[in-house]
Each structure stands twice: as structure tokens, then as C-alpha cells.
Ligand binder design. Structure first.
Ligand code: AMP
Ligand code: ZN
Length: 137
């Protein structure tokens, strides 16, 4: 199931270097080499799925559990004040490695990390229109 040219498959297989911090039967977690904050890790399934659209529900659930484990450790052991879980699906969403992964980003009061939008009031009609499209039929 590994994809030869996939960096994260190579990390899972032990063929590319990584600082692994956690693993179980279905997932591996390792340090991000370009950390957004101290303790930034990535959780990946051992099997190769390109993105959120491809990963099966049960594997996704296992990745969520692994991500929560890492989030708990960030709070307990790194004294993080909070944690952001992030997934990028597709180039437009800044996905650069096409092997599904969760970013587990510890947050610290006053840290300089800013998500790239400034929350402000939305247009009520636009919100309602998007909601109508997102609701189950
Ligand atoms: P994304 O943009 O969501 O696809 O995230 C890919 C992440 O992988 C980025 O945050 C990179 O810093 C990280 N990354 C790329 N190569 C490596 C590597 N060899 N070891 C650890 N993290 C990596
Ligand atoms: Zn892969």
C-alpha cells in the first residue's frame, strides 16, 4: 500500500529520517521539520491515502485518536495552553505532502502564530446560502 515516491510512506517504512514520537498499529506520529510552534507534530496513517477525501472512516478515526493523544501530551508535558488540529486537503488549502496527515500544533498564550484570516462579521445571506448547500438534503 506504500507509494514509492511518497515521503511520508518512506518515513513510516523507516527509509527516510524522522523524529518519531508515537506509533500504533495504524499510525505514526513524528516532529514537523518546520514547526509552527514548539512541539508541532504530524500524525499519519501507516497506509497511503492522499488526503481527507481518500482516507477510510475507520483509519481517520484512528488518526483522530492518535492526534488527541499527542494533544494531551502537549498540554501535560510541554505545558501548552491549547492545541490546534489542522488538516489540509488539496493545494488550494496548502496541502504540500499528499499522504494524509493531521498537524497537531501546541499553542501557548501569547504565541506569535496567527491563522491566516482575521475573523470578522460575515454577510448573513452568504452564510445562510452556504448553510443551505452544506445541509444534508
Ligand atoms: P501540508 O502542507 O499540510 O501538506 O504539511 C506538510 C508538512 O510536512 C509541513 O508542515 C512540512 O514542514 C512537513 N514536512 C515536510 N517534510 C518533512 C519531513 N521530512 N519530516 C517532517 N516533516 C516534514
Ligand atoms: Zn504515502
Amino acid at each position: 500500500m506504500a507509494q514509492d515516491d511518497c515521503l511520508f510512506c518512506q518515513i513510516v517504512a523507516g527509509e527516510a529520517p524522522a523524529t518519531i514520537v508515537d506509533s500504533d498499529e495504524a499510525t505514526v506520529a513524528f516532529m514537523d521539520i518546520n514547526p509552527a510552534t514548539r512541539g508541532h507534530t504530524l500524525v499519519v496513517p501507516r497506509a497511503h491515502y492522499a488526503d481527507l477525501a481518500e482516507i477510510p472512516d475507520d483509519e481517520l478515526a484512528t488518526c483522530v485518536q492518535a492526534a488527541r493523544r499527542l494533544a494531551e501530551r502537549a498540554v501535560e508535558r510541554l505545558e501548552a495552553d491549547g492545541v490546534n488540529l489542522l488538516n489540509a486537503q488539496g493545494r488550494a488549502a496548502w496541502q504540500t505532502v499528499f499522504h494524509f496527515h493531521f498537524h497537531v500544533i501546541p499553542r501557548y498564550e501569547g504565541d506569535p502564530l496567527r491563522l491566516p484570516w482575521t475573523p470578522g462579521p460575515g454577510d448573513p445571506d452568504e452564510i445562510a446560502g452556504a448553510a443551505a448547500r452544506l445541509r444534508d438534503e
